[in-house]
Design a binder for this molecule. Structure first.
Ligand SMILES: O=c1ccn([C@@H]2O[C@H](COP(=O)(O)OP(=O)(O)O[C@H]3O[C@H](CO)[C@@H](O)[C@H](O)[C@H]3O)[C@@H](O)[C@H]2O)c(=O)[nH]1
Length: 477
């Protein structure tokens, strides 16, 4: 019989960005089902995002989830009300918010540790200072990167070996040395690894130190998805890691899937009704996560590409782009009536993705979206923009072989990479209707089966989570 763990109290402290809060809330819910006392730490304006997700997930089988707020000190320098990445539109200010402003939370966070003395803290990778804070009180700190094993490994290999230094041009391919799978990339696809002592470099150095001295890493993935990289991360790079995903699958009720991050801009019933009228695997879902916002020119190319592909689609366009939509080809929406559904704002993504009518996912390869696609067996058209997304593209297209790249060449082009309509048309057709589509779909389907299996009693993620809880609960730790 499985042991109950009623004495543990764990803090979960996500960065205030949807791509981080969504999986950490899921993680907290998962731990609560193991009878662990769980507290999510955030700032006051972020409480509604969390409380609604918790409210609709209440069950008799899980412990209550607490929310504890700490205030941003007044010297944050940001306009009032900026407590979430979503409320800041400039990429530069977002970077300041993530890498600098959040440091101001250290003091109030330590006061909370003193008051409540939890047994463990799972804190976001963007809070490197949390390792020192917890050490002051003898509390183990786990890091949540929010990324795949593959990208964690590739990133470290890139940093250690700097293979891009041996190329003569930005577009020449080089191999990531030592990493399983002969993964090739170009210098253009790599984030800047400068060692110029800039603020950003210093920040990542702090992150590395905090990881080295932390208790370990929790990973939103499952072993069968990327076994070679899970092994490499542990055995070659020497990290202590627990894989406990896919976290999104802990939401079983429709209501939980419909509300993730924030209220959807479309009535979920209306959206599902629209999908119910479509054939199996006949609709492309297009969404670029919680942060990307493309200029009109790039959106215009997407519209033309979708139309040229002759495939039905649901296309999520982030808010702010609806004003003066002169970028839409003339008469586009009229022509697409019944064929295409545009959601302006926020979509109930996991609910849409799991619908049998969805046949492909055009994604920016944020890890949550990628894993959500994998978990429901949908092949992908990969359109990475920045962060670790180019690594995820490699995983999807070359390791798992469940997708094709749309052809973005350069890391960090948040405007979309200047992808033209014909490249979009081609990639969409390849995944939806062409020769290899069936093979990709079968592979994706098999991975989805494994994803669900991983969370079952006695399977990989279930065992890993239990092992972690048991270790944290052990008097010998
Ligand atoms: O209309 C939308 C848009 C997004 N989502 C959800 O929002 C999350 C988005 O996460 P992700 O796909 O990872 O994208 P980002 O928000 O861009 O995530 C950031 O954080 C991730 C985790 O660290 C990284 O993998 C990404 O590269 C980084 O950009 C997912 O759960 C989506 O289901 C919705 O529910 N509706």
């Amino acid at each position: 019989m499985e042991r109950k763990h009623s004495t543990l109290h764990i803090f979960f402290f996500p960065l205030m960005a949807h791509g981080h809060m969504i999986p950490m809330i899921d993680m907290a819910k998962l731990f609560a089902t193991k009878d662990v006392k769980v507290t999510i730490i955030t700032t006051p304006l972020n409480v509604p995002f969390i409380s609604k997700a918790i409210e609709i997930s209440k069950t008799h089988q899980s412990k209550e989830i607490n929310i504890q707020t700490i205030n941003f000190p007044t010297e944050s320098g940001l306009p009032e009300g900026c407590e979430h990445v979503d409320s800041i539109s400039s990429p530069e200010l977002r970077s300041i918010f993530i890498k600098k402003t959040t440091k101001l939370l250290q003091k109030p966070f330590e006061e909370l540790l003193l008051q409540q003395h939890p047994n463990c803290v799972v804190a976001d990778v963007f809070f490197p200072w949390a390792t020192n804070s917890t050490a002051k009180f003898g509390i183990p700190r786990l890091i949540f990167h929010g990324c795949s094993f593959f990208s964690l490994c590739a990133n470290e290999v890139m940093r250690l070996h700097e293979p891009y230094n041996n190329t003569s041009s930005d577009s020449e391919l080089f191999v990531l040395p030592d990493l399983p799978g002969e993964i090739k990339m170009t210098r253009l696809q790599v984030a800047n690894f400068s060692k110029n002592g800039t603020e950003v470099d210093k920040f990542w150095e702090e992150v590395r130190e905090s990881e080295a001295t932390s208790y370990g890493v929790v990973v939103n993935s499952f072993y069968e998805l990327e076994p070679a990289y899970a092994d490499y991360y542990r055995n070659v790079l020497g990290r202590r890691a627990w894989h406990i995903g896919p976290l999104s699958l802990c939401n079983r009720e429709k209501e939980q899937k419909a509300y993730r991050g924030k209220e959807a801009s479309i009535d979920e019933h209306e959206c599902l009704k629209w999908l119910d009228m479509k054939n199996v695997n006949s609709v492309v879902y297009v969404c670029f996560g919680s942060m990307a916002s493309f200029p009109g020119s790039q959106l215009g190319e997407i519209a033309m590409g979708l139309e040229a592909s002759k495939q039905q689609f649901i296309w999520v366009i982030s808010k702010g782009k609806e004003d003066g939509e002169e970028w839409l080809p003339e008469g586009f929406e009229k022509r697409m009536e019944g064929k295409g559904l545009i959601i302006r704002g926020w979509a109930p993504q996991t609910l849409i993705l799991e619908h049998e009518a969805i046949g492909a996912f055009v994604t920016h390869c944020g890890w949550n979206s990628t894993l959500e696609g994998v978990s429901v067996g949908v092949p992908m058209i990969t359109w990475p923009l920045g962060a670790e997304q180019f690594y995820n593209e490699k995983l999807v297209t070359e390791v798992l072989k469940i997708g094709v790249p749309v052809g973005v060449k350069k890391w960090g082009d948040i405007e979309g990479g200047g992808i033209k309509w014909d490249a979009i048309e081609k990639a969409v057709k390849m995944v939806m209707i062409e020769e290899n589509a069936e093979e990709m779909r079968n592979k994706a389907f098999e991975l989805a089966r494994m994803a669900k299996q991983a969370l079952e009693d006695g399977a990989s993620s279930h065992l890993s989570l239990n092992a972690l809880i048991q270790e944290l609960d052990s008097p010998l730790r």
